[in-house]
Design a protein around this ligand. Sequence first.
Ligand code: DAO
Ligand code: DAO
Ligand code: DAO
Length: 205
Amino acid sequence: SSAAVVETKTRVSFPSILGDSLRLLGVGLRKKRILGLKNIDVYAYGVYANGDEVKKFLSEKYGNLSVSEIKDRKDLHDDLMEADIAMTIRLQIVYGKLSIRSVRSAFEESVGSRLQKFDGSNNKELLQRFTSQFKDEYKIPKGSVIDLSRERGYILRTTIDGKEVGSIQSKLLCKSILDLYIGEDPFDRQAKEDVKVNAASLLEK
Ligand code: DAO
Ligand code: DAO
Ligand code: DAO
C-alpha cells in the first residue's frame, strides 16, 4: 500500500515508498542526552531498502527457511548490512536548535565509535572526509529532511531537502552508519526489530 507510517512520539510521517523502489521497513527516534541531564529528541528516522534486492538476496541465501527461522538467524544482520543492497536512512529533524557544529561533533562520537568497532581505528581521515561535506553555512532547522543513501557499489550519498551535498565511496563508512540504526546497539530498538521482521517478510511477497 502507499500509506505513510507515523513515528509515534514525534508524529513525523514517512512515506511507505521512496522513489519507486525503496520500501519503508521501520521508523524510529534518535535522542541525545545533553549536559548529562535531559534527553532531547533530535530527529525521527525511517529505514528504507530496495524490496526486490532484499528479497533476491534473502531467497538466494536462505531460500529454504521460513520467515521466522530467517529472522532469528544471528548472521542476518551482518549479511544485510554488508550486502550491496540500495538503502536509505531518512532523517527528519525535530530539534529546533541544531548547529552544524553540534552535528559534526555528535557524528564524530556516534559514527567514530562504529569505525573504531569495525576497523580498530578511529579513521580520522574518513570521518573528516564525511564531515567536511557539512559546510558551516548550511542550516538544518526543524523539519529538514536528510537522506543518507547507500547506493550500489557502497556509495554513501547525502542530500538535504532533496539537494545533494556530497557522496563518498566507502564500505566501512556505509556499514558504520547503518550500524547506528540496525546494529547491535541501535538508537531505537523497536525500529530495528520492525526492520528485521519486515525485511524477512518480504520473502513472502
Ligand atoms: O548542544 O544544543 C545542543 C544539543 C545538540 C544535540 C546534537 C545532536 C546531534 C545529533 C546528530 C544530528 C544529525 C543530523
Ligand atoms: O545521529 O549521531 C547520529 C548520526 C547522524 C548521521 C547523519 C549526519 C548527516 C548530517 C548531515 C548534515 C549536514 C548539515
Ligand atoms: O542483531 O540479532 C540481530 C539481528 C538484527 C537484524 C537486523 C536486520 C537488519 C535488516 C536490514 C534489512 C535492510 C536491507
